[in-house]
Design a protein around this ligand. Structure first.
Ligand code: ZN
Length: 90
């Protein structure tokens, strides 16, 4: 199988993983471009790539509406997030 075909199959699986959590790859990708080809080259599984992309898009979305987490730079969660609250014990 050619690499381009493999990438297409891989991306289809990413697409399905994202669809299962109600994330439309095409919509999000048109707003904020996630580097899927880099994940493919790095051997990331379709599910892991989907999760990374999901986090990346929410992070960008939160940042765009000024609701990104104030505790940790690059945290993908919103506002005073529970993740960081637990992490920092407050
Ligand atoms: Zn956070």
């Amino acid at each position: 199988m050619r690499t381009a075909d493999k990438y297409e199959d891989w991306l289809n699986e990413v697409n399905e993983a994202l669809a299962s959590i109600n994330m439309a790859l095409a919509d999000w990708q048109s707003r904020w471009t996630f580097d899927f080809s880099r994940e493919f080259s790095a051997g990331t599984s379709p599910n892991d790539a989907a999760e990374k992309a999901n986090r990346f898009w929410w992070y960008q979305q939160n940042k765009a509406i000024n609701q990104d987490c104030r505790k940790t730079p690059n945290c993908w969660l919103q506002g005073e997030c529970q993740h960081c609250a637990r992490l920092f014990g407050d």
